[in-house]
Design a protein around this ligand. Structure first.
Ligand code: BGC
Length: 748
């Protein structure tokens, strides 16, 4: 408990100085600075470097790991933080070594990838984004933080805010999709959820924005691959979500594996210091990704491990995740003058400040509370929220002749497909402490809903991958017996996520064959899709009467799907990533540029235009698309004026009527097009949205106030401004909306 003493002495001294009652004094920046400065004076160089070392405590590995004597290192004060150890007993044991056995007793930070829930698992992030529900996203992170902190974790490697336009890349599952505006809102909501208003609260944890930067744009959609893009694209499309997370107060930032225009992120002084710290004012610490510092060697910018350590720390990278190069080479680099002591001190200070903010110096065991561990995880309340949130994240892609919802008066139902009862493919990648045995599968959800009145049959039909069709006969037999068929198809959860890229993103194995055979029976059929990325499912779209995109929905997935299929919840999610018709269209996204030769499909003779010979340009399902069991009609939109002076706001209003038979939620989207830019502008850009509930027969007026400054972008000289001239303004239910009104921004 050396630390408690040290902390109290400093605090007491401060209170004397400022003449206050110690109990009432709130930790201020000044107190923190004094405390940390005091502590650093006592530290040897070896102990300082120790704070810059992040080691795995076991559990998960996402890269090469060597077994080290980490317990010995902890006792020597040569480890600053641990990842992948959780549970009060295990965390307490390691924390004890640091606090009670190392010379200065500096506590450890405990980090984990709490990406979409801790033990209660929510839908994968790409699915959550499809809810367009910032409140729900924030709440899910609050719950994740409260569960994780009950088991020793105080730092999460989330949010992942990489904008991605290529569904071959498996990690699209972890992000918010392709849109920068929506992605930035979600980034901020997640940070607020994890960190709350006070990092010192025992139910909040520190966020880590990743992967800085542009990790979502690897060449050919292959993980860890090269990123090369214009400065304008980087600033306009890829950087804003990181910035939004930093502005929301994120305590740490993780570098990405990739290079950008020849400079790997982990050695980029421009990225980590000039931009992040100097321009954006980031005051937290920067951590590498797993071994991304020694990976500077194969990248070809470092000669050896020592060189890699030198490049990274001098660029502004504070904490080495499992690279072990700070641990092994930093002392020599300092004694040879290749790294200054000041540089080390700056990095150490940032790590110690994070520990201070987390309250670890006051009580290193504050996240090790047996009672919280026993009572605050997987609560009924958390399950109820997970169920609601999963349903809100699902997207109805097709519903011919109102195939869905399923009538509760049918007598039998057949669940068919390899994902129909697959617990291990319910949580989705980065399942943290989630447990398969607590997952509700589709079959379990349907059975619970069907009760005794509806007979539920199940046949797998085939595996997710492979060529075996032996199960088709019994699947078809079950389908023949049933009044309604649910086909549960898709990817296994390990087909998306890190190192899980695919060149073919259609249904794997013989699933499409199974689907065709079952659908050809002519029964009412709904396909429920499980996947972590947009897939190429044109064949399914042509043949299946109904398709529900269920993603990997987490612990309560099966109940949520059942709620939707039986109409207890009206689907309301909208896609945040374009579904291509074929892999050949990738990258395909809604905010593309018009080109000098835009293709107009109503003029098919037009040969020398930007188009394919063998495919339409348009996607299968556009960004923002999603159906409901009800229908909404949009009135013509109206503006308060048609001409605006600089600095003003455009007010746009529309009336939305629920013209169908169910109450429902609609996600109303506002897009803008700048007709004549200083540089070329996208055909549409999302600028605002609203999620509204409309009862059947009801009309709701939605009013948007759009500050003209929201139209700003990077001009040719990289100045950030908006143009005078004409703009098209669209309000609709997806990015394919055609009707617009014009407004003008008057030149100054
Ligand atoms: C991933 C990160 C993750 C880290 C720690 C890496 O392989 O790229 O996203 O946070 O492992 O698990």
């Amino acid at each position: 408990m050396k630390f408690k003493t040290l902390f109290l002495t400093t605090a007491a001294l401060l209170c004397l100085l400022i003449g206050c009652d110690r109990e009432k004094a709130l930790p201020s920046d000044r107190e923190m600075t004094l405390f940390v400065g005091d502590l650093m004076k006592k530290m040897t160089l070896e102990e300082k470097i120790g704070q810059l070392n992040l080691c795995t405590g076991g559990g998960f590995f996402t890269g090469p790991a060597v077994l080290h004597d980490d317990q010995g290192l902890i006792r020597q004060g040569r480890v600053g933080a641990i990842l992948n150890t959780f549970g009060v007993d295990d965390v307490t044991a390691l924390q004890k070594m640091a606090v009670e056995e190392s010379r200065l007793g500096i506590p450890l930070i405990f980090g984990l990838d709490v990406v979409h829930g801790f033990r209660t698992i929510f839908p994968v992030p790409i699915a959550q984004a499809c809810s367009w529900d910032m409140e729900a996203i924030e709440k899910s992170e609050q719950i994740a933080a409260s569960e994780a902190t009950a088991m020793g974790i105080n730092w999460t490697y989330a949010p992942m805010v990489d904008i991605a336009r290529d569904p071959r890349w498996g990690r699209v599952m972890e992000g918010a999709g392709e849109d920068t505006y929506l992605g930035s809102m979600i980034a901020a909501a997640r940070v607020r959820g994890f960190q709350g208003s006070d990092l010192g609260d025992e139910k909040t944890m520190m966020a880590c924005v990743k992967h800085f930067a542009a990790y979502g744009a690897p060449q050919a959609g292959r993980d860890y691959h090269t990123v090369d893009m214009s400065d304008r694209s980087l600033h306009e499309w890829y950087l804003p979500p990181y910035r939004a997370a930093v502005d929301a107060g994120a305590g740490s930032v993780m570098t990405s594996f990739n290079e950008i225009a020849g400079v790997p992120s982990s050695s980029s002084r421009w990225l980590l210091t000039d931009l992040l710290r100097n321009d954006w004012g980031f005051e937290g610490f920067v951590v590498s990704d797993w071994t991304s510092i020694p990976e500077l060697i194969p990248h070809g910018v470092a000669a050896d491990s020592a060189d890699a350590a030198r490049l990274a720390i001098n660029a502004g990278l504070d904490l080495d995740m499992e690279g072990r190069v700070y641990q092994n080479y930093m002392e020599d680099l300092v004694s040879s003058g290749k790294v200054s002591e000041e540089t080390i001190d700056n990095s150490v200070r940032r790590i110690l400040e994070a520990k201070y903010k987390l309250g670890l110096f006051k009580d290193p065991y504050r996240y090790c509370n047996k009672e919280r561990e026993a009572n605050e995880i997987m609560t009924a309340e958390n399950q109820a929220f997970a169920r609601k949130f999963a349903a809100r994240s699902m997207v109805l892609l097709k519903n011919e002749n109102n195939t869905l919802p399923i009538s509760k008066n049918i007598r039998s139902i057949a669940v068919i497909g390899p994902l129909g009862d697959s617990r291990e493919n319910t949580l989705g990648g980065w399942g943290a402490a989630g447990q398969w045995d607590s997952c509700v599968t589709l079959l379990a959800g349907i059975k619970a809903k069907a009760g005794d009145n509806i007979k539920v049959l199940f046949e797998k039909g085939c595996e997710i991958t492979g060529t075996n069709t032996d199960g088709f006969a019994s699947a078809l037999a079950a389908a023949r017996k049933a009044d309604f068929v649910i086909l549960a198809l898709g990817e296994s959860q390990d087909m998306s996520g890190e190192a899980s890229c695919r060149t073919d993103i259609s249904l794997p194995g013989v699933q499409m064959e199974l689907a065709r055979s079952v659908i050809s029976l002519g029964k009412p059929v709904a396909v429920v899709l499980y996947n972590g990325r947009p897939m190429t499912i044109a064949g399914l779209d042509e043949t299946a009467p109904a398709i529900l995109e269920a993603w990997f929905g987490g612990t309560q997935s099966g109940n949520a799907v059942a709620d939707i299929l039986f109409g207890d919840v009206n689907p309301s999610g909208k896609l945040t990533m374009t579904f291509p018709r074929s892999v050949g269209q990738i990258p395909i996204f809604y905010n593309y540029k018009n080109t000098g030769r835009p293709f107009d499909p109503s003029l098919p003779e037009d040969y020398f235009k930007s188009r394919y010979l063998d495919s339409p340009n348009t996607p299968l399902y556009p960004f923002g698309f999603g159906l409901s069991y009800t229908t909404f009609s949009y009135s013509p939109l109206s503006l308060n004026r048609t001409a605006f002076d600089r600095g003003e706001e455009v007010e746009a209003a529309v009336e939305i009527t629920n013209t169908g038979n169910y109450d429902g939620d609609e996600i109303v989207q506002l897009y803008v097009r700048d007709r004549v830019g200083n540089v070329t502008r996208p055909v549409k850009e999302l600028k605002a949205f609203r999620r509204i509930s409309v009862k059947k027969g009801e009309t709701v007026r939605v009013l948007f106030a759009l500050p003209l400054s929201d139209l700003s972008y990077y001009h040719e000289d990289m100045s950030y401004d908006y143009d005078g001239g004409e703009y098209e303004l669209y309000i609709g239910s997806d990015s394919d909306v055609k009707e617009f009104v014009l407004f003008t921004v008057l030149q100054p």
